[in-house]
Write a protein that binds this ligand. Structure first.
Ligand code: COI
Length: 458
């Protein structure tokens, strides 16, 4: 056992000095009260099953593979998709469980992180026991399990974020950020896999499903992937939602900046709409709020937010420029950090408000989680504005009042943008404004990025 742990690949080895193998297995902890109670530190035991699953590598996918796979959907393909999920989800969760196990004890004793560990452990135990899926009925049962688990995991992001802020000082900031990056990328990846399979199952079960009639021209979406996302339309829609939200939060007298869009207005590309809406919603919200909160524009019309769309052979680049005064110099070095920054206490308080704000913990909507009840019919020309994907992501955009600063919007947006081989950069012009550059890989042929650039280079 010890040898196996010691020979983990470098990227998964404990990234701190406090590692103690005894801590990995037998923790003298209070009994845990399960995922719905107040958790104590997780009581993990040696697990052969986990050791076995950790030996497997994740099999990365690209948007293009997902699209081609789901485009002509037959029963056998649907079952292949189910079995890909069946093996892939416990593999990916196993790696993250092992990551958590290698954190210092004082860190995992944090109730939020302990709770996340328990959620993952429970999901791992459920998923790894699923036998090969051979029939549509077995697939339906599997889909129920997926849905239930997706709902149970709805609070993972705020819990991880609060936990990591609370344990600040117990780990090096770079280690904390690396851990968070890996956890969040992996979570996105699992949700993509699970939601794509749920969406394909809906498509297959829908009365409009005629597998061989589907072609690139008669469908707009394959599962969760919208084949022709139009940057202008998405900016317009996210802009309007954000303007409405901000108007509600600041009152009708607030001068809301106009959003002007120029450039290659017809550029389209395949993408998961909820990912894009999260990123663009965050960037526009930051710009609008910066302008509103600048005293300079208090009694006048603020200058517009300028959005420029630029299409190249491989990319679509979206630049969002505001004149909101730029980012304060004390915040700039911590812009991408989950663990550091001058407003740590305020961020903890705000993050703790999220679940309460939304009623119960399990009702919390986070990007990437939609119910799979209302899939667009595959062969109808459903405008993505009407799809469930749109409703899901915009409702998650709407679920957080603008005055609730969580401090995770920008780092999360960068993780989303890099996930499908894109990038996000922010240039602050002190005293003037901010330019945000979002680059999207247009061809969809790059594999999901499960590690950060820095980790890949290492
Ligand atoms: C998560 O949302 O954290 C997951 O692990 C997704 C998985 C349950 C499909």
């Amino acid at each position: 056992m010890i040898l196996r742990i010691a020979s983990l690949p470098t990227a998964r080895r404990p990234c701190h000095d406090h590692s103690s193998l005894s801590r990995l297995f037998v923790l003298p902890v209070r009994a845990s009260r399960g995922v719905h109670g107040t958790s104590a530190a997780p009581a993990w035991k040696p697990s052969m099953a986990l050791d076995e699953w950790v030996q497997r590598e994740a099999r990365p996918i690209s948007l293009r593979q997902l699209t081609f796979f789901g485009r002509t959907l037959t029963e056998s393909r649907l079952l292949d998709s189910a079995n890909y999920c069946r093996l892939e989800l416990p593999t990916r969760i196993a790696h993250r469980l092992r990551d958590i196990q290698t954190l210092p004890y004082v860190v995992v004793a944090n109730p939020h992180l302990a709770h996340v560990y328990e959620l993952y452990h429970r999901a791992f135990e459920r998923f790894r026991r699923v036998k090969e899926i051979r029939t549509l009925e077995e697939n339906d049962n599997y889909c129920n399990l997926l849905e239930e688990t997706l709902a149970e995991h709805a609070t993972v992001i705020p819990r991880l974020a609060i936990g990591m802020l609370e344990v600040q000082g117990l780990m090096k900031p770079e280690e904390t950020d690396r851990f968070m990056n890996t956890m969040l990328r992996s979570r996105i990846s699992r949700r993509v896999i699970a939601e794509q399979h749920l969406a394909l199952t809906d498509t297959f079960n829908s009365p409009w499903h005629f597998p061989h009639a589907q072609s690139a021209h008669d469908t707009e979406a394959v599962g969760e992937i919208f084949l022709r996302c139009n940057a202008r339309e998405i900016v317009e829609r996210c802009g309007k939602t954000t303007q409405d939200l901000v108007r509600k939060a600041y009152g009708p007298q607030a001068a809301i900046p106009e959003i002007r869009i120029n450039g290659h207005l017809d550029a389209t590309f395949p993408y998961i709409l909820s990912h894009l809406e999260y990123i663009i919603g965050e960037l526009l919200r930051n710009s609008i709020q910066a302008l509103i909160e600048q005293r300079q524009w208090k009694d006048t019309t603020p200058p517009p937010i300028e959005v420029l769309i630029c299409e190249t052979s491989q990319h679509v680049i979206i630049r969002i420029s505001d004149q909101g005064g730029g980012i304060p110099t004390e915040i700039l070095p911590h812009l991408w950090s989950f663990s550091k920054g001058p407003r740590r206490q305020k961020r903890i308080e705000n993050l703790a408000r999220v679940p309460k704000l939304l009623g119960t913990l399990q009702e919390l909507k986070v990007p990437g989680h939609q119910s799979h009840q209302h899939a667009p019919a595959p062969n109808t020309k459903t405008k993505y504005g009407d799809s469930r994907n749109h409703q899901g992501s915009l409702s998650s955009l709407a679920s957080r009042p603008p005055d609730l600063r969580l401090g995770i919007g920008l780092p999360m947006s960068r993780i989303y943008s890099e996930y499908w081989a894109g990038s996000l950069e922010i240039h602050s012009l002190e005293g003037f404004g901010v330019d945000a550059f979002l680059q999207i890989s247009k061809l969809g042929n790059k594999n999901e990025r499960l590690t950060t650039r820095a980790m890949m280079d290492a």
